[in-house]
Ligand binder design. Sequence first.
Ligand SMILES: Cc1cc2nc3c(=O)[nH]c(=O)nc-3n(C[C@H](O)[C@H](O)[C@H](O)COP(=O)(O)OP(=O)(O)OC[C@H]3O[C@@H](n4cnc5c(N)ncnc54)[C@H](O)[C@@H]3O)c2cc1C
Ligand code: FES
Length: 272
Amino acid sequence: MPTDVAARVIANRPLSSDYNVLALAAPGIAAAALPGQFVMLRPGTGGDPLLRRPFSVFEILRDRSGAATGLTILSKRIGPSTSLLYDAREGQRVACLGPLGRPFTIVDPPSRAWMVAGGVGLAPFATLAQTLRAGGVPSTLFYGARSGAELFYLDFFRDLGVELVLTTEDGSVGERGRVVAPLDRRLSSLAPADPVMLYACGPEGMLAATARTAMQYGRACEVSVERIMGCGLGGCYSCVVPMRGGDGAFHHVRSCLAGPVLRADQISWDKD
Ligand SMILES: Cc1cc2nc3c(=O)[nH]c(=O)nc-3n(C[C@H](O)[C@H](O)[C@H](O)COP(=O)(O)OP(=O)(O)OC[C@H]3O[C@@H](n4cnc5c(N)ncnc54)[C@H](O)[C@@H]3O)c2cc1C
Ligand code: FES
């Protein structure tokens, strides 16, 4: 059951001129959140921006006893709300509603898990990687960004034993180009009897390319879609995604309720 709190900003760490990690005191939401779920945040106190914005739960903060004390979000500044989140000060309050949405399906060994992240699409994978590690699932993160300066938290994933496959558009770190290229190569060389689950989050073009690659090799894939969300609760229909039904016809589902994690092979990628 989601709860709505005026969460206190515990810390705000800039990672670059656009990215920051904001820590919020929201113990109830943090304790209930599952990998892939999100919160709706409103940082301002006035009416602008009026609507909350969706953010993946990035990390769960815990005290020494292991009890959840809060959560962080990884934010990329692109407009008014993310600018306020970038500039947020310790002690300030942020309206925080969550946890919301459908989480990732967690696989068990012997299946491997391959996470595919583009830019700020890294956000849902910190908690997913921790959960997979706890379950003993061998994990790989395919992580692409524009440049090496926009690849974050690499040591966090290395410390969890996650294999990293990095790509950058400018070639400054890892392979030059898009993250789907090494994913395709890996899938082509994986024995068909070796089970693997793909999880993807990032720009829609990257999600579509990942979904097509997964389908080409007959691999299960879940994507976390990032549609514009007005409410996060199913009331406004701003977040719909065209999905194929069992009869082959497509219909629209609200990604805040049915998602944000959806089966890649059921999304109608060429329709909107
Ligand atoms: C489930 C979910 C989880 C998300 N998790 C994160 C996260 O962890 N970190 C993060 O930085 N962002 C995340 N986002 C995206 C984030 O919600 C938007 O960046 C935010 O709403 C922008 O708000 P703003 O007021 O700063 O800019 P706005 O003025 O609202 O938007 C600026 C521009 O970006 C466009 N835009 C806004 N939202 C989206 C979107 N979802 N997709 C494509 N274009 C968009 C707008 O049309 C506008 O042109 C997530 C989105 C969803 C749906
Ligand atoms: S965000 Fe309002 S219905 Fe999904």
